[in-house]
Design a protein around this ligand. Structure first.
Ligand code: GLY
Length: 352
């Protein structure tokens, strides 16, 4: 088993091992100290696959369990569904000594974490991510939240889980498309500061090495989060491809998934960096070849104007500035805070 310490306040561990799902009760007992009531918050797809198994595992360790599933998909990451989650916790009389289990991908994970942050002004929660994307990104680092009609993740809280359990066996039920969403984030860690990881996707047999890849990405994220828990400095580097990617997702009405948006966004960032002479033309060329090799898209048919208005509602904007992450090489990126007027020009260069 790989164990990674996330040194936030409070700190916690991410455990990565095949078969962890079958030790859920013991693992939760170890961090919570004694059995309590656990509310499993998930979506309907994950509930059908793993809901009963999680419930039985917890009951076998003495926990009492209730379960609530939202419809799957980004369309459920709303104030209305989040409100229903909170009401479910209240109806089941969870107290401050009880716990939420966030079971699923990024949508139920972020929403359940935000419910944990707010219900009774904060109760314990444990993350069991079931997608590659949520294992390497959203379940680590305490970003919780919901979307608003005006944009993604516009309401939320930094709230760290007690424990994250990643069981790579759970990825076997993922559709290829959903696995690829996570691959985009893994490639991102490679472009950020791990060129050998990037090469694994560009040239290697990445499917055979998923547990090691997950551990490497989680370790990288844990280090960034330790240095900048509240996302005011270097953590913003994790947004490589996201400023453009979120705009593409939003503009497509979420028909283009997060990972695909990030993949296209990373190509846009690389093309822009090249036009600004921050990197040579081998950088976008290598990124495009890598993404095409793994089966991710490299472009979307939206104009600069349309993407600009979608990007300006993104929470990564601070006052009249927006910070863009740009690759200087494969394995090295920089933060570039620019006024909105400059960003508007950059959007045109990125789309060209
Ligand atoms: N997903 C980016 C972050 O956690 O900061």
């Amino acid at each position: 088993m790989k164990i990674i310490d996330v040194k936030t306040s409070p700190k916690y561990q991410v455990k990565i091992a095949a078969g962890l799902m079958d030790r859920l009760g013991e693992e939760m007992l170890a961090v919570l100290g004694k059995p309590c009531a656990v509310a499993i918050l998930t979506d309907d797809t994950v509930d059908a696959l793993y809901g009963s198994r999680a419930e039985e595992g917890l009951k076998a360790s003495g926990f009492t369990v209730c379960r609530f599933a939202i419809p799957h998909g980004e369309g459920s990451k709303t104030l209305a569904w989040w409100g229903k989650m909170l009401e479910f916790l209240a109806e089941n009389r969870l107290t401050r000594s009880d716990c939420i289990l966030a079971l699923g991908g990024g949508v139920p994970g972020d929403m359940a974490g935000f419910a944990a942050a707010c219900y009774l002004r904060g109760i314990a929660f444990v993350q069991v991510p079931t997608t590659l994307l949520s294992m390497v990104d959203s379940s680590v680092g305490g970003k919780t939240g919901i979307d608003l009609p005006q944009g993604k993740n516009l309401a939320g809280a930094f709230y760290q889980p007690k424990l994250v359990l990643c069981d790579p066996d759970l990825l076997s039920t993922l559709p290829e498309e959903t696995l690829l969403d996570g691959v985009a984030e893994c490639v991102k860690y490679g472009i950020l500061d791990d060129e050998p990881l990037f090469r694994l996707f560009a040239e290697g047999d990445w499917k055979a090495q998923l547990p090691e890849i997950i551990a490497r990405c989680v370790q990288a994220k844990a280090e960034v989060v330790r240095l900048d828990e509240k996302d005011t400095g270097c953590r913003q580097k994790l947004n490589l491809g996201h400023t453009f990617g979120h705009a593409i997702e939003k503009q497509s009405d979420f028909a283009i998934s997060h990972g695909k948006g990030v993949a296209i966004g990373m190509v846009m960032a690389a093309k822009l960096a090249c036009q600004l002479n921050l990197c040579d033309e081998s950088v976008p060329r290598r990124i495009i070849a890598c993404l095409e090799r793994v089966g991710l898209p490299i472009s979307a048919d939206y104009s600069a104007g349309v993407l600009l208005s979608a990007a300006l509602s993104d929470k990564k904007r601070a006052g009249s500035k927006i910070t863009v992450v740009l690759p200087e090489a494969v394995g090295q990126c920089g933060l570039y805070p620019v006024p909105i007027e400059t960003f508007a020009q950059w959007m045109k260069l990125a789309v060209e």
